[in-house]
Design a protein around this ligand. Structure first.
Ligand code: HEM
Length: 135
């Protein structure tokens, strides 16, 4: 079997999740159920929009990790909208976000295994540490 780059392994796993109905809503159900604090952050949010947003964020993470300049530019902008002066997303909220993503992908990706999990953690860990540093 051909070795996939981490980016491709990540995107293929994401595609397998997206083929199943309900992947994105399942993430938000899980994430929002973790605390009132998280729900409050989204009190003004239109979830129709937000559903597309998660998918964009995940693709952005893959692109930025691979060094794609357009993705890096957008990541810098996202770090700004999430910093203490804007959405005010503290580091510990990213940990909760990460675990909600991982648990949801584990539920939906039929080819989930340790290697796939490591790839998700590496790629999301990269963008999270970037955003947290700029908090
Ligand atoms: C690496 C992780 C994350 C990425 C890549 C990401 C990405 C994005 C993007 C692309 C948007 C839409 C554009 C914008 O408003 O900036 C957004 C909005 C938002 N994000 Fe994140 N996000 C991440 C983590 C989080 C976490 C942990 C929270 C915690 C609660 C959060 C809360 C929000 C909120 C409240 C909005 C605004 C939603 C609205 O438009 O009403 N994000 N995020």
């Amino acid at each position: 079997m051909e070795a996939l780059t981490p980016k491709d392994q990540f995107l293929q796993s994401l595609d397998r999740c997206m083929e199943q109905e309900g992947f994105i809503p399942a993430f938000y159900d899980r994430f929002l159920s973790t605390s009132a604090e998280i729900r409050d952050k989204f009190h003004n949010t239109d979830f129709e929009q937000q559903n597309k947003m998660l998918l964009r964020s995940l693709r952005l993470a893959a692109g930025a990790t691979a060094g794609d300049p357009e993705s890096l530019r957008e990541l810098r902008e996202r770090a700004r909208t999430h910093d203490r002066n804007h959405l005010n997303i503290e580091a510990r909220l990213y940990d909760i976000w990460l675990e909600a993503v991982i648990e949801t992908v584990q539920e939906f990706d039929e080819e989930w295994n340790e290697a796939v999990e490591n790839t998700w953690r590496t790629i999301l860990g990269y963008v999270i540490s970037y955003m947290v540093k700029r908090y």
